[in-house]
Design a protein around this ligand. Structure first.
Ligand SMILES: [Zn+2]
Length: 193
């Protein structure tokens, strides 16, 4: 009786350990790669772009990365995850990214969510939600729509505060710069008067 109980306790212990392990590990790995996506977002900010960054992971390694280049390239499709996925396809020599996970700091827009379905990406991990354009959870659920021929496993909210703060800081600095520019041009107008 006591032997059975001990066995059961051990089984239970292992079971909960597995649950904990299973739950904890992907989160730590996801955080690790999201930090890399955040570094890409920093590069975007340095170029005066809205700070969104992305990395694509295959077999536990980053095979491609990208950051928003819409302004510098004057390209409406130059979103971080789209650039990263395009580079990943080039790297793997295939448009099918079945075993890849895409990390992006901001919830993908309809264009990028559609692209993720089309590229057969296995997983998507994103940081902050985009209530104005998000097509994964906020406005649409494109990556999990059962009517489409592929569904993407989604995890949201990884380092969401850090991802969101980067955007807030960027837009705040732009507003400040605009205000400063406005007031200096007002001063010039007064001087000219
Ligand atoms: Zn997009």
């Amino acid at each position: 009786m006591s032997c059975d109980a001990t066995l059961f306790d051990r089984f239970e212990e292992r079971f909960f350990f597995c649950l904990l392990f299973k739950h904890k590990m992907p989160m730590d790995v996801d955080r690790k790669f999201m930090l890399e996506a955040l570094k890409q977002a920093d590069k975007a900010a340095q170029c005066g772009e809205v700070p969104v960054g992305s990395v694509v992971v295959f077999e536990g390694e980053i095979i491609a990365s990208g950051f928003n280049r819409r302004e510098s390239w004057q390209d409406p499709t130059a979103h971080a995850e789209l650039i990263a996925v395009r580079r990943a396809a080039e790297e793997l020599g295939s448009w099918r990214l079945c075993d890849c996970t895409v990390y992006v700091t901001l919830e993908p827009c309809p264009m990028c969510a559609g692209m993720l379905v089309n590229s057969r990406v296995d997983r998507l991990v994103f940081g902050a939600r985009d209530p104005k354009a998000g097509a994964v959870r906020s406005l649409f659920a494109l990556t999990e729509d059962p009517r489409l021929n592929h569904a993407v496993d989604v995890r949201e909210g990884v380092l969401s505060e850090e991802c969101g703060d980067k955007l807030t800081t960027f837009f705040r600095s732009i507003r400040r710069a605009r205000k400063a520019q406005q007031s200096s041009s007002d001063d010039n107008d007064v001087e000219a008067d």
